[in-house]
Design a protein around this ligand. Structure first.
Ligand code: PAF
Length: 295
């Protein structure tokens, strides 16, 4: 397994692979890998075959964090990540450096430097609601860094986790709109035995907070039950009220949003039924968790 830190070296290597006809698969991550990430690695390997080259990128991308978010304390453990990647048969771990990804420094802190990075990729429809409404510059950072990773790794296939449903939809739209020659695969969410979706941010959930994180899974289950038993449709507001009630019973949980929406346009629906897509974001203590499911 090779570790590549220079974007230029990554692109050179990817071009070499492609000249030799090797298929390339990419799993973009921010590190602190868990079983969810490893399931993405297996999904990409299945698609590109044993002869293909699997690249895992590990980069805590500053431009997708808001000014009051957890960029500086985002969990990191590169040594462990590398061990996990090696055990999964990853070919290259790409760990780019901030200064090279964003020439002139982190564009957020260096806005007065006229020579610093100043080009973004912006998706303007699917990125507006839910995560985009709560974290206004988040998706601009995601689409920009994912576009850069695609240009550096030149993948045939890239795999994203279904836990970030809206992110996957925004990336797919970017790929379609800007003609990136890459197939996007969305792999299912991996859950802990108690239903909590695996996330690097679960590390923040110490002591009594961890069991309270179950409230997201319980909300999805509650909505599923209401949608199934009503037979036809239930007003979205009624389901939202029941979820708020459920959250009121959790002393350290605060609802950021809960939404029911069309899985393609991400536009909210007013009636919930089996098959409706649901997503929610909840603060458990200071940690913001997200989850989603098709009911
Ligand atoms: O889902 C993530 O971990 C990140 O948003 C991604 C896709 C690696 C971009 O930084």
């Amino acid at each position: 397994m090779r570790i590549v830190t220079s974007p230029a070296a990554m692109q050179r290597l990817a071009r070499q692979w492609r000249r030799r006809g090797a298929r390339v698969g990419l799993v973009p991550t921010m590190g602190y890998l868990h079983q969810g990430h490893l399931s993405l690695v297996r999904a990409v390997r299945r698609r590109i075959g044993l002869e293909g080259k699997v690249v895992v990128s590990i980069y805590v991308n500053p431009t997708q964090f808001g000014p009051k978010e957890d960029l500086s304390r985002y969990p990191r453990d590169l040594k462990r990540d590398l061990r996990l990647c090696r055990a999964e048969g990853v070919d290259v771990v790409f760990v780019p450096d901030d200064a090279e990804m964003y020439p002139g420094g982190n564009p957020k802190s260096e806005i007065r430097n006229p020579k610093s990075f100043s080009t973004y990729v912006v998706e303007e429809k699917l990125s507006q609601g839910m995560e985009g409404a709560s974290r206004p510059t988040h998706f601009r950072g995601v689409t920009t860094v994912v576009a850069k990773l695609f240009n550096l790794v030149l993948p045939d296939v890239a795999v994203f986790g279904a836990k970030d449903f809206q992110q996957a939809a925004v990336v797919k739209r970017m790929v379609r709109d800007l003609n990136f020659p890459v197939k996007i695969v969305v792999a299912p969410t991996v859950r802990e035995p108690d239903g909590v979706a695996m996330s690097s941010r679960n590390k923040y959930l110490t002591g009594e907070l961890r069991p309270q994180a179950r409230v997201l899974w319980r909300s999805l289950q509650l909505a599923r039950k209401l949608a199934a038993t009503a037979g036809q449709t239930v007003p979205a507001n009624r389901v939202k009220a029941r979820i708020r009630q459920l959250l009121n019973g959790c002393p350290n949980a605060r609802l950021d949003y809960v939404e029911f929406f069309d899985p393609e346009t991400l536009l909210p629906v007013t009636k919930v039924q089996r098959g409706t897509q649901m997503a929610l974001a909840v603060f458990v203590g200071k940690t913001r968790l997200i989850d989603n499911a098709q009911l």
